[in-house]
Design a protein around this ligand. Sequence first.
Ligand SMILES: [Zn+2]
Length: 438
Amino acid sequence: MEKGLISIDRWAKGSEAYFLTHLHSDHIHGLTSTWSHGPLFCSSVTAKLLPFKLPDFNLSLLHILHTGASLTLTLSSTVIHVTVIDACHCPGSIMLLFRGDFGCFLHTGDFRWEATCQRATNARHMLDHALQNLPVVDIVYLDNTYSNPIYDFPPRHVAAQKVIDIISSHPDHEVIIGINTLGKEDLLIEISRALQIKIWVWPERLRTMHLLGYPDIFTTNTSLTRVRAVPQHNLSIRTLEAFNTMHPTIGILPSGLPWIKKSLQKNEFLSGSFLTSSRCTRGKWSANSEAEIGAQIGNIGSPDKIHEYMYTVPYSDHSNYEEIEEFIKLVQPTRLKGIVAYSSCCIEPMYYFGRLCCVDQQTQQLYEEKKREERCKREREEAVSSKASYAGDNVQTDRDRSKALKGRFSGVRLTRFSRLRKTHRGAKLRGDNSSDEE
Ligand SMILES: [Zn+2]
C-alpha cells in the first residue's frame, strides 16, 4: 500500500502525521505508551491528560492545536491546512477541518452541537468563518452516534436540572451516578453548585479533575458527601440492591442512550418497536431559544425510573438528530461518512441527511437505489427474524456479528490513492479508490 498522508484517530504505521480528536478509549485504540509512528497533533487539554492515560508516552511527539486556530503542515508531497474547532463533547475534544490539493474534509470526532450552549455557538461562528473561504467540503466524517430521528433528547442543562431534581427529591438517599473516565464534568459541577455539595469520585478520576482545574468540588472522602460518581460499568441494579441492604440508595445513569435499548433484540433497531417512548418524539427539542427550551422543560415529564432504585436521564455528550441536521445544513458537504460502525441507534448518515448534501444527480440516484436495497433488506430481515433463524437471507451473519463485537471505529486515514481531485465547484472522487477508512 502506498504510504499515507495523515490519520485521524487511527494509529497504524504509514502516515506522515496523526491527529487525535479526544481521549475516549474508542478513539485511541492502538495508541500505546510506546507508540512512535510520527508527530501527534491534539488539543492542549488532551496533551495534558494523555501522559496520565499513557504513562511513558514520548511527549516530544505531541504538537498542540489551539481551538479556533489554523495550522499549515508541510508533508513530503503536499501542504495541508488544518483548522481546529471546539467539538463540545468532553474536555479537550476538537473537530478538524482539512484542506489541500486533495480537496477539503471535516472530521467531527465526537461532538455535541447544542443551540443553547455558548461553547457550541462560538464553535459555530468559527466553523462558519472557516467555511466562508472554501468552495465546498467534500466529505464530512460524522459522529453518527444518534443520527436516527428516534433520538431527540434535550440540551444538557435541561437534563442536568432533572438530575438535580432527582437528587433533591431523595434527601435521605445516597446517590450514585455512572460516568466514564472522561466527560460529564459539567453535569457534576452543576450538581455541586446547585446543591452546595461535594462529589465523590474514585482516585484516578480525582487526579483527572485536578488536571482539568477542578480541585475544590471533588473528593475521595465518602464522609463528606452523599453523591458519588462511579465508573459506569460499576453501576448496576445488583450493586444498588446490595447498597440498599445497608442504606437507602438510588442510581442515576446520564446518557443519550435509553436504558430500554438493552432489551432490544436482533434487527429491532430499524423496526417500529423501539419508537414507543414519548421521549423519542421527533422534533420535541428542536427549539432554538432559551425561552422555547424553558417552555419545553415542563413537557419532559418524570425522568425514566427504570427500577425501584435506578433512574436514567438523557444527558448526552453527543448531538441528537436535530443537532446533526443543523450541523449538516451549515456545512453542506458533498458526502457524509459515519465514524460509528455499530450501534442500534446509528445509521449510515447519507440515509437521512443525503438530501442536505451538495451531491450531483448521479450520486443522488445511487443513494436512492441504496436506500431501496436497504428497505428490501430490512423487510427480509424482519420476516426472517420472526422465525429466530440465521439461515437464508438473514442479515445477522457471523461476519456482521463479529463486526458488531469489534465495536466502534472512529479513525480515518487519507492516502494518496484517496485524494480528491477538484474539477469544478464540486469535487469528484477518482475512480481508483476512496479513502481507506474502516
Ligand atoms: Zn467520545
